[in-house]
Design a protein around this ligand. Structure first.
Ligand code: NCD
Length: 327
């Protein structure tokens, strides 16, 4: 890292108060780490001696592995926690679990929990105890998933300028987010970043899965049909139907959902000819997106999202580790 980076944020819990400068700092720092990941030795000593604890109280494949790899590539020591084999099963509280990791020397805690607000509660407890521990929200309930939105932002911006990704590039670009918006912390976090970048955001899904209050965001349009949402779109983001979070029967059937909102190459013909598809994963092939489209190398950015996730998470761990100022 050669450029001087200024970063004042202690925890990353949500993007609600992120400034354009902060977005650009993350994008530029991630671009530097992307370069590191192309080297023969894909490791830098930036977090040597620091401990990153991955506290995932909810299942995860890519986010957990991505944070672990990011921490390792920064030369941090990593601790992984699995709720099923932890002392939570003996009645220990989440805060006591966090205190245990702090006492072991954790400097950064990456937290995922199915309840909104848990990462924030741990951050407050750590601040009260003046531990200096940094918290990174890796997804809390339906609330927020900031690192996913930041890797999506990086993926979108690098499509437009590979060398110098910055938010301004998305000004006026039409971005459609399709599917289960109601249960999606990914959609909520993406709304903050895309609106801040000045994108023309269109949300579409069945009325039961599309909260009308999102229309209050300036620059956001809601649709109950697919075609107007994706017409002339530069980018389309598909979301998974989060059936594990649905408390009521919000859909007639998966078949009907696929007929109305399932994305296929054919359906994307109304978009810009250069349209690209994003999906945060995990995908339900044949439901929100056809298998053919998900694997189409000319349209699908899904593998790039996963690859970019490591560089973006390296950037976040690096910035939060309080070493940004010393870059
Ligand atoms: C998402 C999540 O967990 O919120 N996945 C992810 O982190 N890449 C989306 C989902 O579960 O559908």
């Amino acid at each position: 890292m050669t450029q001087t980076v200024t970063w004042t944020r202690r925890h990353l819990l949500s993007l609600a108060t992120f400034s354009p400068t902060e977005y650009d700092t993350v994008l530029q720092t991630a671009a530097s780490f992307r370069e590191v990941l192309t080297r023969r030795t894909k490791k830098v000593p930036a977090l040597q001696g620091q401990v990153v604890a991955n506290l995932f109280f909810e299942p995860s494949t890519r986010t957990r592995s991505s944070f672990e790899l990011a921490a390792k590539r920064l030369s941090a020591d990593t601790l992984n926690f699995a709720p099923g084999t932890s002392s939570l099963t003996k009645g220990e509280t989440i805060l006591d679990t966090a205190n245990t990791y702090w006492a072991m020397g954790a400097n950064i805690m990456v937290v995922r929990h199915r309840q909104a607000g848990v990462p924030q509660a741990i951050a407050q407890a750590m601040d009260q105890l003046q531990t200096g521990v940094r918290l990174l929200n890796a997804g809390d309930g339906q609330h927020a998933h900031p690192s996913q939105a930041l890797l999506d932002l990086f993926t979108l911006c690098t499509q437009l300028d590979w060398e110098q990704p910055h938010c301004q590039l998305l000004q006026g670009k039409k971005i459609a987010i399709i599917g289960d918006i109601l249960h999606s912390r990914v959609a909520r976090s993406n709304l903050w970043s895309l609106v801040a970048a000045g994108a023309d955001v269109h949300l579409a899904g069945p009325p039961t899965l599309l909260p009308v209050e999102f229309a209050a965001f300036s620059g956001v349009t809601l649709h109950w049909e697919l075609s107007p949402a994706i017409a002339d779109a530069d980018f389309v983001m598909a979301l998974r139907l989060q059936q594990e979070r649905m408390s009521a029967h919000l859909l007639p059937s998966l078949r009907e959902y696929r007929q109305q909102f399932g994305l296929t190459r054919d359906r994307l013909s109304v978009c810009q000819p250069t349209v690209k598809l994003l999906h945060p994963g995990p995908m339900n092939r044949g439901v929100e997106v056809s298998s053919e489209l998900a694997d189409a190398p000319d349209i699908s950015l899904v593998p790039q999202q996963v690859t970019n996730g490591v560089a973006v998470r390296m950037a976040l761990l690096y910035l939060l580790s309080n070493r940004g100022e010393q870059a």
